[in-house]
Every structure is written in C-alpha cells, then in structure tokens.
Design a protein around this ligand. Structure first.
Ligand code: ADP
Ligand code: GN1
Ligand code: MG
Length: 365
C-alpha cells in the first residue's frame, strides 16, 4: 500500500497499537471491518494485512484467559489440519503476549485470511452447505481437545434456563420503559419456557455428551472461498467452550436458513427455508454425522429451534435493558432482531417433522 496520512488522531493511535505487534512493521491504514456484534474489528494495512480487534471487555471479563483459550485452539487446529498456514487463524504476539493492554482497551492481532470471505446476505444453498462443512470439520478437528483446559469465557453462554431468568429480570425491571411495546414478544417467550431446560438437563444427566463446541456458528463466522467453493476456516473463537453439538448445528440454521437478514424489519420477508435447512444438514452431517450419538441425531433439529428462541430472547432482553450487549446501529435494532427470530421459531415449530426427517436422512449416510 502507498504512503498515506492517517485521517485523524484516533487512526494514528490505532496505527501505533498495530505496529506494536511483532513483525508488523510500518502500517499505512487502519479501518473498521466486518459486521460482528461484539468486538471492534479493524483491517490493518501495511506491508501485509491483519485483523486487529479491540476485545469487548464488558463481555469478556478475563482477557488473558480468553486469549489463552484462543492460542490453544488455533495452535491445535494448525497442527492437526494440514491446511496452509495462511489459511489458518493465528494469534500474532507482542513481546511474548497474545494481546496488548492500552488506555484504549485490550487489543489482539490476527493474520488476515484472504482466501475466503464472510457471507453477509442470504446465502445460496451451496454457500450454506459449505458453511456447515466448515463448522462440522471444526468440531471434528477439536474432538480430542482437552475440554478441561478451556476457561469458560462467558459462563452459561447457552444455558437457556439462566438466559430465561435474566430475561424475566429485565422484564421485571423494565429500566427503559419499553415493556409496554413488547408485550406480544414477551408472551411469545414465556409461552415457550419449557424449551429452556431441555438441553441443559440432558447435558447434566449425560443423555447428551458434552463436547468442545464453537457456540457461535453464525454464517459470517466461517470464511468461504467463493471461487474454489470450499470452507476456508472458522473464525471468532471467543466462545469455544464445552457444549452440545446441538448448539453449533442450531446456530448455523438460525443464522443461515432464513430468507431474510437477521434484522429485517419486514417480517413478511422472513421465512424458514427448507432448502437452506437441508443444505446445512447435509454439510454438517457429512462432516460430523458419524460421530453423533443417536440422541444427538434425534435432537439436532430441536437445537435449531432452541438457538433461534434463545437468540431472540437475548435480543429482547438487550432491548429491555437499553441495548448494552449487542452493537446496535438504529433505534429498535435489537427489537427488530428479536422479531425475526420469533418469526423463524414459529415457522420451525410447524416444520419440526420435516427437520427431523431431513437430519435423519443425512446423518445416516
Ligand atoms: P465479533 O466477535 O464482533 O463477531 P469477529 O471475530 O467475528 O468479531 O470478526 C468480525 C468480522 O471480521 C468477521 O465476521 C469477519 O468478516 C472478519 N474477520 C475476523 N477475523 C478475520 C480474519 N482473521 N481474516 C479475515 N476476516 C476476518
Ligand atoms: C453475536 O459475535 P457475533 O456477531 O459473531 C453473539 C452470538 C449471537 C449473534 C447474533 C459472543 O455473534 O451469540 O448469536 O451475535 N456472540 C456473543 O447475531 O455473544
Ligand atoms: Mg463474529
């Protein structure tokens, strides 16, 4: 990249921070990047490109331990996968540390992976199939990972029972006086409270195995090579923790098998897509199918309902609490998101039989 002046003091400072990581050299430009809801992500351009993130320390209480998880997982995958180095996510250190702490917050740096892209629109069936293959392979790659070494970066992340309690407290507190606008959505959640304990209890009783899972298998968290038509790598490893395979399958469907964006305001455009569901089930089962227990296969489709319900409940909770967790870009953004999730849940409930049979068909291959 050609020499260029930083646009403002903020960029100048970000350039300084990026340059303090090992081997980065002179940086020309730092700009906002991607559509994540949690961290501040920047593209760093110099002799090479990098992804720099200001880690959201309101959400991640112990950044050093979070980074220990990520270094452990990325190194393990790199050793086991046989993929070219430039296609594997790597943490770049600064003087022996996988992060730096500055007055502006905690920063980390990754290599920029250019062989694939995040899909930020409704995917084609083929793209969703590839994303499922990517996450399925990721799960398989982490099968032998020592789960006990992972620090719970967000405790009870998919403990839907606890999420429900938090939701009830937000309704009760009604700190922003928003409850009256969302009575219908609140009722939608409470009518289905029986969903909350199903997976948590099955994990506790051992009916479902606990595995090392990604827990945030949203479509834009896997990079896909649009030309070579292959998944390149899974990113956003902040929530790799012990969990159920239902979570990873479920969130892939939640985020990928809809005919509209997660924040679409026109609910007439939001539908559960059978075609996209089948593509995901095919890709996921193709990678993970043989390792699934009978119970997991039986409940995989319920993971989709549960993750969509839970995510809608989380968006609604955040709306009631004044938008403190997910990044928002307009008034009512979290409410719009909650509504798309609930629309999808009600359609999925009507499609349960189709979903169950489709999973069975592909897992049995
Ligand atoms: P968040 O936790 O906020 O979702 P992510 O880690 O998912 O943050 O990063 C946000 C976006 O930045 C991703 O969706 C992806 O598009 C892009 N991104 C993140 N890491 C890389 C990387 N190493 N190479 C290329 N793109 C990346
Ligand atoms: C967040 O970080 P991102 O944007 O990939 C969230 C997920 C939600 C998702 C909803 C750590 O994912 O749990 O499902 O938004 N991540 C965290 O879009 O809370
Ligand atoms: Mg992300």
């Amino acid at each position: 990249m050609k020499n260029r002046e930083p646009e403002n003091t903020k960029e100048k400072r970000l350039i300084e921070i990026a340059e303090s990581f090992d081997g980065v050299g002179k940086v020309q430009k730092v700009s906002r990047y991607g559509m994540g809801h949690i961290n501040d992500t920047f593209l760093v351009e110099g002799e090479k490109r990098y992804i720099m993130q200001r880690i959201n320390d309101k959400i991640f209480g112990n950044v050093p331990r979070l980074m220990q998880n990520i270094v452990g997982v990325t190194e393990y995958i790199k050793k086991g996968s046989g993929a070219p180095e430039e296609e594997c996510l790597s943490v770049i250190f600064s003087n022996g540390s996988p992060f730096i702490r500055t007055e502006e917050g905690w920063f980390r740096l990754y290599n920029f992976i250019s062989a694939g892209v995040s899909i930020e629109r409704v995917p084609t069936a083929e793209e969703l199939y590839l994303s499922a293959k990517g996450f399925g392979a990721f799960q398989a790659a982490l099968d032998g990972y020592p789960a006990e070494s992972l620090y719970p970066s967000i405790p009870d992340f998919h403990n839907t029972l606890k999420r429900y309690e938090k939701f009830l407290s937000a309704v009760e507190a009604d700190a922003f006086g928003r409850k009256k606008e969302v009575e219908k959505e609140i009722a939608f959640v409470t009518e289905r409270k029986e969903y909350c304990g199903r997976v948590v209890r099955a994990l506790e009783s051992g009916e479902l195995p606990c595995r090392v899972t990604h827990n945030d298998t949203k479509l834009n968290n896997v990079l896909i090579d649009p030309v070579g038509k292959r998944p390149v790598t899974v990113i956003d490893l902040d929530t790799v923790m012990p969990g159920s395979v239902l979570y990873d399958f479920g969130d892939g469907i939640r985020s990928g098998a809809s005919t509209a964006a997660e924040d679409e305001r026109d609910l007439d455009k939001v539908h559960f897509s059978r075609e996209l569901f089948e593509a995901y089930a095919d890709g996921f089962a193709g990678e993970a199918g043989k390792r699934l227990t009978e119970k997991e296969t039986e409940l995989l489709h319920f993971g989709a309902i549960l993750m969509t319900y839970e995510c809608g409940m989380r968006f609604l909770t955040d709306y009631l609490e004044g938008d403190v967790y997910f990044k928002v870009h307009r008034d009512g953004h979290n409410l719009d998101r909650a509504r798309t999730q609930f629309k999808l849940v009600s359609e999925m409930e009507r499609e349960e039989r189709f979903m169950r049979e489709t999973v069975k068909k592909h897992a049995g291959k």
